[in-house]
Design a binder for this molecule. Structure first.
Ligand SMILES: Nc1ncnc2c1ncn2[C@@H]1O[C@H](COP(=O)(O)OP(=O)(O)OP(=O)(O)O)[C@@H](O)[C@H]1O
Ligand SMILES: [Mg+2]
Length: 498
């Protein structure tokens, strides 16, 4: 009698669904206090009504309770755990030996797995065996339960809070996922595998780590003792095929007119600052705007962790280097900006300024390296000015506040601010000109702003779009010097915007 049959005898006896389908239907129907709104790709859709009797429904169990519950739900988990352990015993360190080529390892695992699963003969139906086979391959050759999520193009972010709690972001919304690692050790092995590829490691002495997957996705891992409830992993996925301006227009992030305007700003060598909160799409927009940079200019990019994918030929890429285990050898963004100035750049693109590098970036923009691009984490265009001010102060030069503000006012020409709206969409909500100084204050004027007045449709999506405020930019003359004339109707007034 197969395990599926045995479970059938426990009460939910429709006989047809596989173990995994039963598992999925239970989890979807009864077990999770917050049921996922979209099923994870690993979990087939439930085929029978959720049996509630066999599953203890608790409100919000403590962590210990939650861990125990998971084990009860996934009947294949035990099979996978035994098979995984048997493979570890059989293939030993080869399993996680990075020297081994992936194809070689895959062949060995594929050869050994049928025998290992054969030992489970009595308890597995054919389809359970196929499911277990694929999951074990994912666990060992790939990245365990997150492997299907990595392959899913709809998923933009994967958040592993602990071995048994995974969330993803789809279309701007966060959902829990019906999948888990086998245990903390399994999650740690996957983390080790990711970071060892870039020659790093995470352990007690270095419990935080940034790394990248081969496809360019950005990974952050935090392990105990810093992570209190077990290791955590956050993956920001980047498509191998970067978003283009047409994609962003299609997503509603900006309009065609705004795209044209920003293109003119880039070609006209204005210094552009992209601002927004965490995950609002700053780096993505920086990448898209960088695609407007002329092909005959020498571009130097400086990043914390290389995310930009520029299409131009003449590009030099530099990346921050963290200190080594003895705390030496750090190369900061500030060092890189200074060095870039000696490399005859036409344009400098800095992924994000977040510390004293701001001083060097502003100085670079003010000393003939115009047409540079960067991003700053800020809640509004005005906020970005005070953030820059604070960051410059971090350089410890004891500059008077007014002098810093003058630097900001003369360095930055345009601020492009992004927000994530209530419907999960990422949109440009302000394009603001840095007009100069009035007294001690940096003057900002919005050229375009998102029109919230149009309200929302029945799905909660904002109906408005970016509209011109009616103010003409003062840098029009500067653009004209570069042979760029902006049509006056681009700035046609539509009324006061919020
Ligand atoms: N305009 C957009 N429309 C839809 N999705 C987007 C858009 N821009 C970015 N994304 C997605 O949102 C996620 C975050 O994007 P991105 O890394 O550019 O944000 P960020 O503001 O730079 O984040 P951080 O503050 O962490 O650096 C990515 O997965 C990306 O694919
Ligand atoms: Mg970013």
């Amino acid at each position: 009698m197969s395990l599926a049959d045995r479970i059938g005898k426990r009460g939910d006896d429709d006989g047809t669904p596989t173990l995994h389908q039963r598992f999925a239907s239970r989890r979807d129907g009864a077990a999770e206090p917050a049921a996922p709104t979209s099923a994870a790709p690993t979990s087939p859709a439930p085929t029978s009504p959720a049996p509630t009797s066999a599953v203890p429904v608790s409100g919000t169990p403590g962590r210990r309770g939650r861990h125990t519950e998971r084990h009860t739900y996934d009947p294949l988990a035990d099979v996978r755990r035994r098979a995984h352990q048997a493979l570890l015993d059989l293939l030993g360190p080869k399993l996680y030996d990075t020297v081994n080529s992936d194809e070689d390892l895959e062949k060995q695992v594929r050869d050994a797995l049928p025998d290992v699963l054969a030992k489970e003969e009595g308890v597995l139906s054919a389809s359970d065996r196929a499911t277990a086979f694929r999951q074990i391959l994912d666990e060992i050759l790939g990245h365990g339960p997150i492997e299907p999520l990595l392959r899913d193009p709809e998923v933009t972010e994967i958040m592993v809070n602990s071995w048994d709690q995974i969330y993803v972001e789809r279309y701007g919304h966060i959902h829990p996922v019906d999948a888990s690692f086998m245990d903390e050790t399994h999650l740690r092995r996957v983390i080790d595998k990711i970071v060892s590829r870039v020659g790093r490691r995470v352990d007690d002495s270095a419990p935080m780590m940034d790394a990248r997957l081969p496809d360019g996705s950005r990974v952050n891992a935090v392990v105990p003792p810093i992570a209190l409830d077990g290791s955590a992993l956050t993956i920001r996925k980047f498509s191998a095929d970067p978003y283009t301006v047409d994609d962003l227009i299609r997503f509603g992030t900006l309009t065609e007119q705004v795209a044209e305007f920003l293109r003119a700003c880039i070609l006209g060598r204005l210094d552009v600052l992209i601002t927004g909160g965490t995950g609002t799409g700053k780096t993505t927009l920086l990448n898209v705007l960088s695609q407007f940079l002329p092909h005959d200019e020498r571009i130097i990019t400086i990043e914390d962790s290389a995310e930009l994918q520029l299409g131009q030929e003449h590009v030099l890429r530099m990346e921050y280097r963290p200190p080594n285990i003895e705390g030496r050898g750090e190369v900061t963004i500030r060092d890189l900006v200074r060095n870039a100035l000696r490399m005859r750049p036409d344009r400098i693109v800095v992924g994000e300024v977040r510390d004293s590098a701001a001083l060097d970036m502003l100085q670079a923009m003010n000393t003939g390296h115009d047409g540079s691009l960067t991003t700053v984490h800020a809640n509004s265009p005005r906020d970005s000015v005070s953030r820059l001010e604070t960051m410059v102060m971090m350089a410890g030069m004891d500059l008077p506040v007014r002098a810093i503000r003058e630097q900001v006012a003369s360095a930055i020409d345009v601020i492009v601010h992004l927000s994530r709206l209530r419907d999960g969409s990422r949109r440009i909500t302000h394009i603001t000109e840095v007009a100069g100084m009035e007294g001690d204050v940096v003057t900002l004027q919005d050229l375009f702003a998102f029109d919230y007045r149009a309200g929302e449709d029945e799905y909660g999506r904002p109906k408005g779009e970016m509209r011109a405020t009616g103010l003409r930019p003062r840098f029009s003359d500067h653009l004209a010097d570069h042979g760029i004339t902006l049509p006056p109707e681009l700035f046609g007034r539509f009324g006061a915007v919020a």
